[in-house]
Design a binder for this molecule. Structure first.
Ligand SMILES: Cc1ncc(COP(=O)(O)O)c(C=O)c1O
Length: 407
């Protein structure tokens, strides 16, 4: 029977589903059919969660942590996060300013619902993480995507922000180390942005989920640590997915000015209540227990990063520089656009992504998913063998492609 009223809300009709998740599912499907697909699309560690964290969750479950917890998280965990922020990030947020949620993505949603009204404008540097602008749209606010420049490692500048400010601008989103570029903002770059945000009364959401995955002596700076004025308008987002290989546990947190934290708490109380109780206890273990497993993972990512960059730089017609953070390489493929493979013209990065999956059997994410066509993203959260064979397949594909043009 056909219903008379439109079933779906305008909100549901306007939002896009996550392209990275969809692509990974497709590649896994092809793999199931027996095709040897090298997967570089995933945004999650390939490591399993360190044992001591798993055991702590088990003990917590056995010990009775199977009931509702306080909405913003157990006081011990919020205290542990507050201490972590102080010792590692030089920012002073009291436990009352911490809200623990079911993943950083959830913290971002809570924060956006707490501060955004329909019509507000949110500045998002692109390339950027796919969910930011869809989440902004869910609140009825308007994402203002600002294209950043490759020659500045895709980092937005204060001048670029100033150029798009209007009366309605409410929030700036920063993500350092960044997905998909791996770029890391320096203290000086952040200081200029912070000055502008204070001057123009802008809120900042600083997504620091990749803070621990950092290489080549780069330093992670939280913008909130630069002055009291900027801290008073910053919401820090962080979580356990990337650093502790805990994606499936769904654990994240926000540190925010008290008024915003209270509003997030209220919103969470009417939606998901609390993050999973025993996961909260295991997250305390992640923060306060042995950090060696984390250091080992980072060392391994660094080796993979170096190998991937070295192999990519050996492929004619693609361009990349070594990223300083996260676990992604953002590769410029503009020189391949317009060329023909078996008579089919490569019209854009999405078309190339399709050909790479079909012909070369490698799965990557097109830059347009991150708001930046002409690029593709590789994740090196995968083993060395996959990197070697995948880069070999890519080189073969690009070599064949160039040869076909010569005919
Ligand atoms: C930049 C960025 N922020 C937030 C998240 C979400 O992390 P979580 O798994 O904690 O929800 C991701 C995950 O891919 C991410 O890349």
């Amino acid at each position: 029977m056909k219903l008379v009223k439109t079933v779906l809300s305008q909100r549901a009709r306007e939002i896009e589903s996550s392209p990275t998740i969809a692509l990974t599912m497709k590649a896994r499907e092809l793999r199931k059919q027996g095709i040897d697909i090298s997967i570089f699309g995933q945004g999650e560690p390939d490591f399993t969660t360190p044992d001591h964290i798993i055991e702590s969750a088990y003990r917590a479950m056995k010990g009775g942590y199977t009931k509702y917890s306080p909405v913003p998280g157990y006081p011990e965990l919020r205290k542990a996060i507050s201490e972590k922020l102080k010792s590692e990030n030089s920012v002073d947020y009291s436990p009352e300013q911490i809200v623990v949620s079911s993943g950083a993505k959830h913290s971002i949603t809570n924060a956006m619902y707490a501060i955004l009204d329909p019509g507000d404008e949110v500045i998002i540097p692109v390339p950027g993480w796919v969910s930011y602008w869809e989440q902004v749209k869910l609140t009825g606010a308007k994402p203002i995507l600002v294209k950043t420049k490759s020659e500045r490692e895709f980092k937005i500048t204060a001048d670029e922000i100033r150029a798009v400010l209007t009366e309605k601008t409410k929030l700036l989103i920063l993500n350092s180390p960044g997905n998909p570029t791996g770029s890391v903002y320096t203290r000086e770059e952040l200081a200029k942005i912070a000055d502008l945000c204070v001057e123009r009364d802008l809120l900042v959401m600083s997504d620091e989920i990749y803070e621990k995955l950092i290489y080549d002596n780069a330093e992670h700076i939280s913008i909130a640590s630069l002055s009291e004025e900027i801290q008073a308008r910053t919401i820090i987002i962080n979580g356990f997915s990337k650093a502790y290989a805990m994606t499936g546990w769904r654990m994240g947190y926000a540190a925010a000015p008290l008024e915003i934290a209270d509003a997030m708490n209220k919103i969470q109380s009417q939606t998901t209540s609390n993050a999973t109780s025993f996961v909260q206890i295991a997250s305390m273990e992640a923060l306060q227990g042995p950090q060696e497993p984390i250091a080992e993972m980072i060392e391994e990512y660094d080796k993979r990063r170096k190998l991937m960059v070295q192999l990519l730089q050996d492929i004619p017609g693609v361009e990349c520089s070594a990223p300083k953070g996260a676990f992604y390489v953002f590769l410029c493929i503009q020189a391949l656009i317009g060329l023909k493979y078996n008579g089919e013209q490569i019209t854009d990065d999405e078309c190339l992504t399709g050909l790479l999956l079909e012909i070369a059997h490698i799965q990557v994410v097109p830059g347009s998913s991150f708001g930046m066509p002409g690029y593709i993203r590789f994740s090196y959260a995968t083993d060395m063998e996959t990197i070697k064979s995948g880069m070999g397949k890519l080189k073969q594909f690009v070599t064949d492609l160039h040869q076909q043009q010569a005919i």
